[in-house]
Design a protein around this ligand. Structure first.
Ligand code: GAR
Length: 187
C-alpha cells in the first residue's frame, strides 16, 4: 500500500478531491492530513472522511521538530502540498527528495514566488490582461515554486473574466488533473 500525506492551509477542495479519488484505488491510501491552521476547513473534511488530521505550529514545523519526526515515522511515498502556504524547511526537502509535490494556480515560472498564492495570483493575472492561465504541478525544492515541473494544464481567459471567474476555471483544472497526476506518479 502506498501512502500519501497531504499538507494544506485552508478550505481543502484539492485535498477533498484527492481523498475522493483514492478511496476508489486499493493500492494507495491518504494516511494523514496536516495543517498549519487549527481552524482550516481541510481538517474537518479529513475527519469526515475518516482520515487522521492534525494541525501544527511554527516550532513543530521547523528543522528537527515534531512534524519531521512524525513524517520520518510515517515515511509516506508522497507528500502533497494542496494549498499549503508555508515554505518547506530544507531538512524536509532533503529527507524526501522528489517526494514532495505542490500545485500552483498559474503557469510557472510565471506568477510564482513568495506572496503569490490563491486569489493574489488570479488578481495579478487579470490586472495584467493575460489571455491564458493554468495550473502547475511540480516537485518542491528549497525555493518557492521553483522545483521541476511535472504537469501543466491551461485555460483561456476571456476579456470580461474577473479574478473570481478565473479562480473557478483554475479550480476545475485542479479537480481534473491533480489526483490523476498523483496516481501516475505513484505507479
Ligand atoms: C488552490 O487553488 C491551489 O492551487 C492554491 O491554493 C488553492 C487552495 O485551494 N495554491 C497556491 O496558491 C500555492 N502557492 P483548496 O484549499 O480549496 O485546495
Amino acid at each position: 500500500m502506498k501512502k500519501i500525506i497531504i499538507l494544506a492551509s485552508g478550505n481543502g477542495t484539492n485535498a477533498q478531491s484527492i481523498m475522493d479519488h483514492f478511496k476508489e484505488v486499493d493500492s494507495v491510501q491518504v494516511s494523514l492530513v496536516l495543517s498549519n491552521k487549527p481552524q482550516a476547513f481541510v481538517l474537518e473534511r479529513a475527519s469526515k472522511f475518516g482520515v487522521p488530521a492534525m494541525s501544527f505550529n511554527r516550532s513543530a514545523f521547523a528543522k528537527a521538530g515534531t512534524v519531521e519526526t512524525l513524517l520520518k515515522a510515517e515515511m509516506p511515498d508522497l507528500l502533497v502540498l494542496a494549498g499549503f502556504l508555508w515554505k518547506i524547511p530544507e531538512s524536509l526537502v532533503k529527507l524526501f527528495p522528489n517526494k514532495i509535490i505542490n500545485i500552483h494556480p498559474a503557469l510557472l515560472p510565471n506568477y510564482g514566488g513568495k506572496g503569490m498564492y490563491g486569489m493574489n495570483v488570479h488578481r495579478a493575472i487579470i490586472e495584467n490582461k493575460e489571455q491564458e492561465s493554468g495550473i502547475t504541478i511540480h516537485y518542491v525544492n528549497e525555493n518557492y515554486d521553483e522545483g521541476a515541473i511535472i504537469k501543466q494544464a491551461t485555460c483561456r481567459i476571456s476579456q470580461n473574466d474577473t479574478a473570481d471567474d478565473l479562480a473557478a476555471k483554475i479550480h476545475k483544472l485542479e479537480q481534473e488533473h491533480f489526483a490523476k497526476t498523483i496516481e501516475e506518479l505513484l505507479k
